[in-house]
Design a protein around this ligand. Structure first.
Ligand SMILES: CC(C)(COP(=O)(O)OP(=O)(O)OC[C@H]1O[C@@H](n2cnc3c(N)ncnc32)[C@H](O)[C@@H]1OP(=O)(O)O)[C@@H](O)C(=O)NCCC(=O)NCCS
Length: 158
């Protein structure tokens, strides 16, 4: 498997999107039921071959988004989410994506990665739209619509 190595942990491409969804839901994420076709790429963190973290680059409603970020509770606060996000952002830059968005249920993590709040409007409505019908909304989860501009100038030539 190709990918970034971090001690015993391997980060690499993840083809099993059903496993990614299962991990995300087990970690409290809501599956909004979009088709797999919206997922441009996904990565997993594997501990001895077992999936313990995941993230996906997803495009829907005209937005490039970072989704399905989840790390198994036993493996948290070791930098796994940051390492997964790093791979996603590098891929987004390589694809020439100028801006990423996220529906952040853990805003502290995303602010740490350089994300900023999206002003109210169509894009934040799109990102938060699915949340309004969710049982967790305003209770376990107070999501925020965030965005990060990527500098992709000159990348394709380097
Ligand atoms: C959010 C989540 C993915 C973070 O995974 P993680 O591997 O523990 O995160 P990292 O170790 O890479 O954390 C990197 C930094 O993000 C911030 N951060 C991560 N989790 C945080 C938390 N629960 N509260 C506050 N800050 C947090 C910290 O700044 C942290 O750096 P530090 O540990 O040096 O302080 C994980 O807690 C999770 O799966 N939560 C449930 C699902 C979820 O909410 N996913 C996010 C969807 S938007």
């Amino acid at each position: 498997m190709s990918g970034v190595r971090d001690g015993e942990l391997v980060i690499g491409p993840l083809d099993d999107l059903a496993a990614m969804r299962r991990l995300g839901v087990a970690c409290g994420l809501e599956d909004e039921g979009r088709a797999d076709e919206t997922i441009a790429a996904a990565w997993g963190a594997f501990d001895d071959g077992e999936l313990v973290g995941s993230i996906a680059l997803e495009r829907y409603a005209g937005l490039d988004t970072a989704n399905w970020l989840a790390v198994r509770e036993s493996h948290r606060r070791r930098g796994i989410a940051a390492a997964l996000y790093d791979v996603l952002e590098r891929e987004a830059r390589a694809r020439g994506i100028p801006r990423l968005c996220v529906t952040a249920r853990a805003p502290a993590f995303w602010l740490d990665q350089g994300y900023e709040p999206l002003p109210p409007g169509r894009e934040s409505d799109t990102l938060l739209g699915g949340c309004l019908d969710c049982d967790q909304f305003g209770r376990e989860c107070e999501p925020r619509a965030l965005t990060k501009r990527l500098d992709v100038t000159g990348l394709r030539d380097s």
